[in-house]
Write a protein that binds this ligand. Structure first.
Ligand code: NDP
Length: 397
């Protein structure tokens, strides 16, 4: 019998289950690269249900308890007195989501001698100290591709929201106004803009594809160049460096993983090399930017807008400067946890657990760390050079 410690975000303040806006979600069988969606032996939920919060339990309780395992679900994740730390010493599996990350620092991994699997119900395992996981022989896995298109849609929405000045205009309506000039004094068409994507991976390429019909000039930077036919199809301009890209565009959209090479990449120096009045949308990880430098650039007008859904730490304090900085269109970390995405990552979590308990191989594309080394997708996306996951320490505080 194993203890599975699952950290999920709190239930809606209006109670669980919610009244759903729709009765079903579309059935998707494959992702654009041909990879199949998760395929566990069964699921005990109806796709479209709210599964990512505490009462949703990722739809796992029936399956795990029937197999004789103990499932602990909590949202109390930070600090030494948290429920998370109380159960950590006995846990064989920790499940966490990037939206409400249970930070697995080296210090916490040292308190978890039985831990064999750190499972991210979503994508992005930088809340786990990967070096410490490698040393401790812990497998780290995530549900690759489960919410990539969900994030791409959110990024496109936030680009449009910023450039067209949507949220301040909506606020005039809510406040009873009809202040056309106040709404449009910062409103532009996206058409004709230079839009640059950093990292044309699963999400970044999906954003490029979605932006093509807007008649913008598309640019990208990635450590690996896309195939020539894709560059031609989307009429992409490739830049050999981030510096070259950011000085050539009006909108920068960030989709690279957080690792030592991208940590604090967007500092005052890089931001000041951008065109005045540029926009940044960042749904990758907050620590890719220096948060005070973003605030300063918005105040000075160097940046015309900043949006995204990733913060540091998560949840951010009520006085986090990004809550009150000007010209922002932030959301909480929600882009990858739409009800549509939840159905996929809950199924993927179950698939990985079924493999773990049966001793059968976890899909290579889901692996980040295995057998004391970066593996699968992790070997492509992360680096293990002493600080593979600069964000993993927040939960110690
Ligand atoms: P992919 O692995 O498909 O793509 C990442 C791309 O980034 C790869 O092409 C990789 O190139 C490239 N890359 C790596 N390092 C750099 C660098 N220094 N500069 C430029 N490009 C780089 O990942 P996804 O598209 O699926 O996800 C990207 C990130 O988005 C995740 O790491 C995660 O942090 C975040 N995310 C956010 C979510 C949210 O809810 N907001 C949900 C899901 C993901 P190469 O292959 O050569 O390494």
């Amino acid at each position: 019998m194993a203890k599975i410690l699952c950290v999920l975000y709190p239930d809606p303040v209006t109670g669980y289950p919610p009244v759903y806006a729709r009765d079903s979600i579309p059935t998707i069988t494959h992702y654009p690269d041909g990879q199949t969606v998760p395929s566990p032996s069964a699921i005990d939920f109806t796709p479209g249900e709210l599964l990512g919060c505490v009462s949703g339990e990722l739809g796992l309780r029936k399956y795990l308890e029937a197999a004789g395992h103990e499932l602990i679900v909590t949202s109390d994740k930070d600090g030494p007195d948290s429920e998370f730390e109380k159960h950590l010493p006995d846990a064989e599996v920790v499940i966490s989501q990037p939206f409400w990350p249970a930070y697995l620092s080296a210090e916490r991994i040292a308190k978890a001698p039985k831990l064999k699997l750190a499972l991210t119900a979503g994508i992005g395992s930088d809340h786990v100290d990967l070096d410490a996981a490698i040393k401790a022989g812990i497998t780290v896995a995530e549900v690759t591709f489960c919410n990539s298109l969900s994030v791409a849609e959110h990024a496109v929405m936030q680009i449009l929201a910023l450039v067209r000045n949507y949220l301040p205009s909506h606020q005039w309506v809510v406040d009873g106004g009809w202040n056309i000039a106040d709404c449009v004094e910062r409103s532009y068409d996206l058409e004709g803009f230079d839009v640059g994507v950093i990292a044309a991976g699963r999400i970044g390429l999906a954003v490029l594809r979605r932006l093509k019909p807007f008649d913008v000039n598309l640019h990208y930077f990635d450590t690996r160049r896309l195939p020539e036919e894709v560059e031609k199809e989307l009429n992409l301009t490739y830049h050999p460096s981030v510096e070259s890209l950011v000085s050539s565009v009006d909108v920068v959209d960030i989709h690279c993983p957080l690792h030592p090479k991208t940590y604090h990449m967007f500092d005052a120096n890089l931001i000041n090399s951008m065109r005045r009045g540029s926009y940044i949308v960042n749904t990758a990880r907050a620590e890719i930017t220096v948060q005070e430098d973003i605030v300063d650039a918005l105040r000075s007008g160097q940046l015309a807008g900043y949006a995204g859904d990733v913060w540091y730490p998560q949840p951010p304090a009520p006085d986090h400067p990004w809550r009150t900085m000007p010209h922002e269109a932030m959301t909480p970390h929600i882009s990858g946890t739409s009800l549509s995405a939840q159905a996929r990552y809950a199924a993927g979590t179950r698939e990985i657990l079924e493999n773990h308990f049966a001793g059968t191989p976890i899909r290579d594309e889901y692996l980040i760390v295995e057998g004391g080394a970066l593996a699968g997708t992790g070997a492509k996306s992360y680096t293990a050079d002493g600080k593979a996951s600069p964000g993993a320490d927040a939960g110690n505080k």
